[in-house]
Design a protein around this ligand. Structure first.
Ligand code: ADP
Ligand code: MG
Length: 330
């Protein structure tokens, strides 16, 4: 059935019926505003992301269920990057009136299952007709104990720079798709169904291990530069230490240029954080507990926001940051 035959209010009702209210929800979908509570002594964390068809995704390359998954995962990643716990979700949805309910239903399935995985409840949103592209706005609210949220501005000289998972897989998948080459399933999954490091973020916050943190959405270099500038420190990373998946290495072995994607490619949704050296052992223990690779890739130094890269020959050079910018580097 098409949305023009279903109508806005039946659509909202179908969304509402798929939601199971979770902890802290006094009123969810169906009133003028949601009524929610937070654990005592917590501050509210809020983050919003927009996803526009043909800017962030192409319906020819992704299925609607993966799109729903990704729309939620990228938001959860922002709460993780503050060391918080995600709790509530809002969904703004604009689609052409000819859109099939089955596509919306698949989108919801992806979005709601990703939210449920972390006990996050959909509590509201807005629905309208779009004259053309799909537009999706996802807002997530979470919380962290008062004054414990981890910002981008806490890095200190001597901190180790650490990153979870592997870098560049999502950007490599996109690069292959753009060149008409079918990426390996593991690369495609990194692009279409990224994993937000929700548990790692929460534990780094709870155990007060990270002094600064950001999630990598615009590329390692770009996002690390945000930490360096916010903290007014320099950072040096070592090319040979960047964590790469086996699949990524295989491609880079035949095409060394692709290594740039580990530095500047976007949408890894890994956590990038800095840790006082005396806390490194506790981070290593987390890495085992979560069965997640965490790699020290460099060090914070006194300075004013400059990032440099130590290449494999041992020479250091400033990094030209080339991550995604919607208005001047697209
Ligand atoms: P209003 O006229 O006040 O904007 P709506 O009719 O748009 O109210 O929404 C009614 C209820 O449905 C509200 O609780 C709103 O948050 C919820 N809602 C609307 N669209 C969505 C959506 N896409 N996802 C989740 N909840 C939605
Ligand atoms: Mg509305």
């Amino acid at each position: 059935m098409k949305l023009q035959d279903l109508g806005e209010f039946k659509l909202i009702d179908r969304i509402r019926r798929q939601v199971v209210d979770g902890a802290g929800v006094h009123r969810g979908i169906g009133d003028d505003a949601a009524v929610l509570s937070l654990p005592d002594g917590h501050h509210l964390l809020t983050s919003t992301d927009l996803l526009i068809e043909d800017v962030h995704f192409c319906l020819a390359w992704t299925d609607c269920e993966s799109l729903g998954h990704k729309a939620v995962a990228v938001n959860l990643s922002d709460i993780a990057a503050m060391g918080g716990t995600p709790r509530y979700l809002y969904l703004g949805l604009a689609c052409p009136k000819e859109t099939d309910w089955d596509d919306i239903n698949a989108f919801l399935k992806g979005a709601l299952s990703e939210a449920a995985r972390y006990n996050v409840t959909l509590v509201g949103g807005d629905t309208c007709r779009s004259p053309g592209p799909w537009m999706i706005s996802v807002t997530v609210e979470g919380s962290a104990p008062a004054h414990q949220a981890i910002g981008r501005d806490g890095a200190q000289p001597g901190d180790l720079i650490m990153v979870s998972g592997t870098l560049g897989d999502s950007a490599l998948a996109l690069h292959l798709l753009r060149n008409g080459i079918e990426p390996e399933p593991e690369l495609l999954a990194r692009h279409h169904q990224p994993t937000a490091q929700v548990e790692l973020g929460r534990l780094l916050g709870e155990q007060r291990l990270a002094r600064s943190m950001i999630d990598i959405s615009d590329g390692l270099a770009n996002d690390l530069e945000h930490i360096l500038q916010a903290s007014q420190v320099d950072g040096q990373i070592e090319e040979g230490k960047l964590p790469l998946s086996e699949c990524f290495r295989k491609h880079a072995d035949t095409q060394p240029d692709l290594l740039g994607l580990a530095l500047n490619g976007g949408e890894d949704y890994e956590l990038l954080f800095t840790v006082a050296p005396e806390k490194a052992a506790e981070v290593a223990a987390l890495c085992i507990k979560l069965s997640l690779p965490i790699t020290a890739i460099g060090m914070i130094q006194a300075g004013s926001g400059i990032l440099s890269l130590l290449d494999k020959s041992g020479a250091a050079r400033p990094v030209l940051v080339r991550g995604y910018d919607h208005f001047c580097r697209s």
